[in-house]
Design a protein around this ligand. Structure first.
Ligand code: IPE
Ligand code: IPE
Ligand code: MG
Length: 250
């Protein structure tokens, strides 16, 4: 399989694998700390390398024809890390958003956010809202940043909102609850990728990943490159999604 240069937007359709491409890829970007430790670097350096990798991955996913990319950037449980790591991560992600937003906009990327905005500094909340606003009419890749996100918190917040909207037990079904979760209009992920070698979901997209294909790679997030993406897409193309039914011969 040819590996396209993710920094080159001139890659043609012939570079893309012919197998089925997932419409929505969601990624648990794990392993920054271990990547750094293996190089005698600080965890902060690992996080910086991780943030730098996001743009390359987005470009390559777009080249491959993926329409929605969600990245898990900071979980509701990550507040439990040492305060200096938490504040470094918050600042790093805030600066990255400021630095990249214009370029993402020029690349026709639409930015969305999932997670709790309360608990974030007010200035940061405004910057997130401005980035969403600026890119709202873009028609290219939809880039969903799961930031201060937890799957359980998301379900609790959705139920709170639907109760305060006056919904009753009779009104509730899966479609209605889905509409109160995360980002309306974003389809459930077809493929969930976890870097860093673990085989767990760590409170990511609990509802939405009910029938997602799961792929784990030992590569830590800063090393997750175009070749790694193609390997994940190839694995996905070989899966049989049955959604509880029985595969019928075609
Ligand atoms: C992922 O890398 C980044 C976040 C969770 C914010 P980690 O910081 O979890 O890296 P490891 O798992 O310790 O290697
Ligand atoms: C998941 O990674 C969260 C993000 C990638 C933002 P963690 O490193 O927090 O997950 P655990 O602690 O290994 O389950
Ligand atoms: Mg981790």
């Amino acid at each position: 399989m040819t590996v396209a240069d993710p920094t080159n937007y001139n890659n043609t359709a012939s570079d893309t694998p012919s197998e089925i491409i997932p419409r929505h890829v969601a990624i648990i970007m794990d392993g920054n700390g271990r990547w750094a430790e293996a190089r005698q670097q600080t965890r902060a350096e690992g996080h910086s390398a991780g943030v730098d990798n996001i743009r390359l991955v987005l470009k390559h996913l777009e080249i491959r024809g993926v329409e929605f990319a969600t990245v898990f950037a900071f979980s509701t449980e990550n507040w439990g890390r040492p305060p200096d790591e938490v504040s470094f991560l918050l600042n790093l992600l805030r600066e990255a958003l400021k630095k990249e937003v214009e370029d993402l906009h020029r690349s026709n990327v639409r930015i969305l956010h999932m997670g709790r905005l309360d608990g974030l500094p007010p200035g940061f909340r405004e910057e997130i809202a401005a980035a969403i606003d600026l890119t709202a009419r873009n028609t290219g890749l939809t880039f969903v940043v799961a930031f201060n996100y937890g799957g359980r918190a998301e379900i609790v917040d959705a139920v709170r909102r639907l109760l305060s909207d006056g919904m009753s037990a009779q009104d509730l079904d899966e479609e209605m609850l889905s509409g109160y979760l995360g980002c309306p209009g974003v389809p459930d992920p077809d493929l969930v990728i976890r870097t860093g070698g673990e085989f767990r979901i760590s409170n990511f997209l609990l509802w939405q990943s009910a029938y997602s294909e799961f792929y784990s790679t030992p590569a830590p997030w800063p090393d997750f490159d175009a070749e790694e993406i193609d390997r994940a897409l190839k694995a996905y193309a070989g899966r049989q999604r049955r959604f509880g039914k029985i595969q019928t011969a075609s």
